[in-house]
Design a protein around this ligand. Structure first.
Ligand code: UDP
Length: 475
């Protein structure tokens, strides 16, 4: 008799920063050899990058929901968060019809924070529902506590004199709150509140962090205390769930060839994630700062924008504009041999794993951060949007594996070329840089231990898996 494995389904919202961790979690789940796994994605021009994954495992399937590519149709006059949310909602009919036709009915549905609207469908079909929080425990603590803050705090969060307190956790400086909290009058803040109120309805929260990385916050969430009242579901820290280069993925991009010709630990990688952009003025200063530092670098560039640091979040990564049109005149010629500029998108997992990389100037998106940690690469923290300022604080102040240039913390200000030159040299060639590197290597060790067999995160994943197996038997 053939027994069918329980079926677990995941839903990734648009944006590579959401899709990549959901893909990685799917891979973890299918390799437990207990489940068949389907990942639903909402097609965008970016999700083309997933095609190569479809052959990863016989029991792992990637299914496109319909209607395809509606993201492009949603008005650009609303926030990135609202565009994603509307797009996910529009895909619910398609998700429901897929889930209804699956026999046997899936045992669990895992969504990211933008997929909470799928909870109603899961309830209707008797499927357990989970959120994979693709950020820190600290972010989750703030999010779950924000309805209380909303009742208690007068005026804008950013105008508070005192730090914002979350019971049992590190407090947050007003300037570092997440993007939706920057202006309480906006629809993006209302959406954030809505997510915060809906998240506790989950049967469990999977977190892309691990016990040793955020012990205090995780303790506050688990133990009976004030915060526990706001964290109803059980939390499972299962991270780091990050991309690593498997043997099945051999890349031969020209920049990897170039990296192979550079000395070990000598190259700074500069990238602002899947969609980060700088102003024209800031790009010019960064270009000169890199040049002045005389350190080797690889910089993934995008055309500058005035208005929105996340404005390339859904760009197609195809047909990118020639960088010589927007970088300072003569820059590309002058840095020849010293640095390399890659337009729009690079194979980050291969770059960060390369032995020539010695530092990462990063916007501190959580996936990039985890990729840096799992490769032991220290960070220059240059947060731009979302919860990245909190990530930068965690990295620089708590863990001591990053430096954060002062001016970058103030919105709208420009970090000067001199400041950038200094900070690049600090990370790449100073004693302090060595200390950052050593600490990062230690954290890397802890991260790999947590995720490996017998580690806290691996055990947490097995625990949640057990719940699904029990549920399958009971059903
Ligand atoms: N990424 C990449 N190449 C690029 C830019 C980004 O492979 O040129 C990947 C990166 O490795 C990470 C994800 O895109 O896995 C970006 O996620 P993150 O959370 O760092 O930032 P976001 O783009 O969501 O702001």
């Amino acid at each position: 008799m053939v027994t069918l494995k329980p079926h677990v389904v995941l839903l990734a919202s648009p944006g590579m920063g959401h899709i990549i961790p959901l893909v990685e979690l799917s891979k973890r789940l299918v390799t437990l050899d207990k489940f068949s796994v389907t990942l639903f994605v909402i097609p965008t021009s970016q999700s083309q990058l997933l095609k190569s994954l479809s052959t990863f495992h016989d029991e792992f399937h990637i299914v496109d929901l319909t209607p395809g590519n509606i993201l492009e149709l949603v008005s650009r006059n609303i926030s990135v968060e609202n565009r994603i949310s509307i797009t996910v909602q529009e895909s619910m009919t398609s998700l429901k019809s897929h889930l209804t036709s699956m026999k046997p009915t899936p045992v669990a549905l895992i969504v990211d924070i933008f997929g909470l609207c799928a909870f109603d469908i899961a309830d209707e079909l008797g499927i357990l529902k989970y959120v994979f929080v693709t950020c820190t425990a600290w972010f989750l603590a703030l999010t779950l506590y924000v309805p209380k803050l909303d009742e208690e705090v007068d005026g804008e969060y950013v105008d508070q004199i005192e730090p914002i307190l979350i019971p049992g956790c590190k407090s947050i400086q007003p300037v570092d709150v997440v993007e939706p909290m920057m202006d309480r009058k906006t629809e993006r803040y209302q959406l954030y509140l809505e997510f915060a109120r809906k998240m506790p309805m989950a049967d469990g929260l999977l977190l892309n962090t691990w016990d040793d990385l955020e012990p205090m916050t995780l303790k506050a969430m688990r133990e009976n205390g004030i915060l526990r009242q706001f964290v109803k579901p059980r939390v499972y820290p299962v991270g780091p769930v990050a991309r690593s280069i498997g043997q099945e993925m051999v890349a031969n991009d020209y920049y990897l060839d170039w990296l192979s010709k550079q000395p070990n630990g000598s190259v700074l990688y500069v990238s602002f994630g899947s969609g980060g952009t700088l102003s024209s003025e800031q790009m010019t200063e960064l270009a000169f700062g890199l040049e002045l530092s005389q350190q080797r670098f690889i910089w993934v560039v995008r055309p500058p924008t005035r208005s929105d640091a996340s404005s390339s979040f859904f760009s197609s990564h195809a047909g990118a504009q020639d960088p010589s049109e927007y970088l300072p005149k003569g820059f590309l010629t002058r840095i020849h041999g010293l640095g390399l500029v890659v337009s729009d998108w690079a194979s980050q997992e291969h770059i960060l794993a390369h032995p020539s990389i010695g530092g990462f100037l990063s916007h501190c998106g959580w996936n990039s951060t985890l990729e840096s940690i799992t490769n032991g690469v220290p960070i220059i923290a240059w947060p731009l949007y979302a919860e990245q300022r909190m990530n930068a604080v965690l990295l620089a102040e708590e863990l001591g594996v990053a430096v954060r240039p002062e001016l970058v913390s103030a919105k709208g200000s420009v970090a000067s070329r001199e400041k950038i030159e200094r900070i690049v040299r600090l990370v790449m060639v100073s004693q302090e840089g060595e200390m950052l590197r050593d600490r990062m290597k230690n954290i890397r060790k802890c991260a790999l231990m947590a995720a490996g067999k017998g580690g806290s995160s691996h055990n947490a994943l097995l625990e949640v898996a057990k719940e699904w197996e029990v549920d399958q038997r009971a059903g």
